[in-house]
Design a protein around this ligand. Sequence first.
Ligand code: GTP
Ligand code: MG
Length: 291
Amino acid sequence: MTVSGFVPIVGRPNVGKSTLVNALVGEKVVITSSRPQTTRNVVRGILTFDETQIVLLDTPGLHKPKTALGNRLNRLVYGTLTDADVVVFVLDATQKVGPGDRLIAERLKEAGATVVLVVNKVDKASPGLIADRLAEASDWDFDAYVPLSALEGNGLEPLLTEITSRLPDGPFFFDPETTTDQPEALLISEIIREKFLDRLREELPHSLTVVIDELEHRENGTLVVSAKALVERESQKGIVIGKRGELIRDAGSAARKELESIFGVNVFVDLRVKVEKDWQRSEQMLDRLGF
Ligand SMILES: Nc1nc2c(ncn2[C@@H]2O[C@H](COP(=O)(O)OP(=O)(O)OP(=O)(O)O)[C@@H](O)[C@H]2O)c(=O)[nH]1
Ligand SMILES: [Mg+2]
């Protein structure tokens, strides 16, 4: 008999949800960054071992929405609770439990979810601080509490044990070799976006999105990617391009290197920038961009 289930990973922006998904799956299936609100869609990371299959759902950070995009993302996250077998709720050990965390806790209680609470980033926090976080969170009376470091990969085994022991008997939903269900074009656009996030500051990361215009697998194996970075205002265009085109060239070249190592073929990346005025606030644009 096999055991399987759907496990959304939820929490405020920047607490390390995507890092945790990658650590558990054992390979990079989603992008991460030091900027809050990096993840913008639900991506499945699949982990199969022994007679167990865990379908992790990386989700956007829950926050007070300021744009139409923010509203959509929050709804998307709460939508994953419907089919959840176990929910992993992530806190950052270095940050006090705040109103944002309490709101999420309430929603999880209302949904009647089975919840494993993770205190992440313990590598950055003193034992006293970690104990404070666990004490604050114990009021919620969740099903299990696991301190860990997603970045260093410490504490993952206890988390897997807590998740697995709460999964129902069931079939495998994916081939045991599969690690994500993300379409190739989405993975590629995300990797390109990640390279911009690494290089941009302040509000700009929120205003940027990447769309793939064309993907071509040539007969000689080369993968040709044509992509556009969309920004919201004319003034942002110059920043994304950088002095003498340096920033966009660097981002494109970093993306190319990573894509070459993922796909094991030569990759060409043709990258342009386009202004799509206030796309984050336009329901119509969000539809078109697939949010
Ligand atoms: N020191 C330390 N840093 C971590 C750990 N886990 C994640 N981080 C860092 O925290 C930042 C945010 O990580 P992400 O995984 O992108 O966070 P997220 O919760 O997915 O963020 P959103 O997608 O914006 O909601 C990155 O700079 C990570 O490297 C950890 O265990 N220890
Ligand atoms: Mg994320």
